[in-house]
Design a protein around this ligand. Structure first.
Ligand code: AMP
Length: 216
């Protein structure tokens, strides 16, 4: 039997990795999981996990590896023998090591974007608190203005999308996730895609890179 694929989408906050993971999932018909989105859901529901993660997410820091790895394990257990896409995991070498033992990645996509561009993008990001859709006032406006183009709920700004927190998140990304990218580059799993282009152009290249790597 063919081994199920494990696809990783990484990139600084604002690179569009979440949007790209969603588009790729549709194109290659695989489910995608975002540890960040799962954490926000736990925080919203005020669960034990959520209460533990909330201060880290609010400060723009990574939650402890044990917590992120527990989510990854749950996701992997839910999809035994099935291909999956991880959005924003792993973000540290400790997480990368845990994933290597769980489901070694087939292909790792790095959606590349300069920090100054990421800052501009994140300050204009709007999210739907109801269905989770992500919009941008300039680059991906909702057809319904201040309401979600998918479900009509009033859009909000993520609490961690404040400029000071964004700067912190970018610094954390470079400190902890750049080494992960270097690790996957050395193991020849990494494909870098220029994220400073229209969503459709990036999505095209992401899908092409993944399909090429998945070919038997
Ligand atoms: P994101 O939606 O991917 O930007 O993630 C939002 C926040 O969730 C991050 O700033 C972290 O606090 C937390 N988070 C998401 N993914 C991870 C991960 N793999 N490891 C640790 N923390 C994470």
């Amino acid at each position: 039997m063919k081994r199920p694929a494990t696809i990783l989408i990484l990139g600084v906050q604002g690179s569009g990795k979440g949007t790209q993971a969603e588009l790729l999932a549709r194109r290659v018909r695989m489910p995608f999981y975002s540890v960040g989105a799962l954490l926000r859901e736990e925080i919203r529901r005020n669960t034990q996990f959520g209460r533990l993660a909330a201060p880290y997410v609010r400060r723009g820091e990574l939650v402890p590896d044990d917590v992120a790895n527990a989510f990854a394990r749950l996701i992997a257990l839910r999809r035994p023998g099935k291909s999956i896409i991880f959005d924003g995991y792993p973000r540290s070498l400790g997480q990368a090591r845990a994933l290597a033992a769980l489901r070694p990645p087939t292909v790792v996509i790095d959606v590349r974007l300069a920090d100054r561009e990421a800052l501009v993008r994140l300050t204009g990001r709007r999210v739907c608190p109801s269905c989770g859709a992500v919009w941008h006032v300039r680059f991906h406006p909702s057809p319904k203005g201040a309401r979600c183009g998918r479900c009509g709920t009033r859009l909000t700004t993520r609490p961690d999308d404040q400029p000071a927190t964004i700067r912190r998140r970018l610094a954390v990304y470079h400190a902890y996730t750049d080494p992960v990218l270097r690790y996957y580059r050395r193991t020849k799993r990494l494909v870098t895609i220029d994220g400073n282009r229209p969503i459709a152009a990036v999505a095209h290249d992401v899908a092409a890179a993944v399909r090429q790597r998945l070919r038997p």
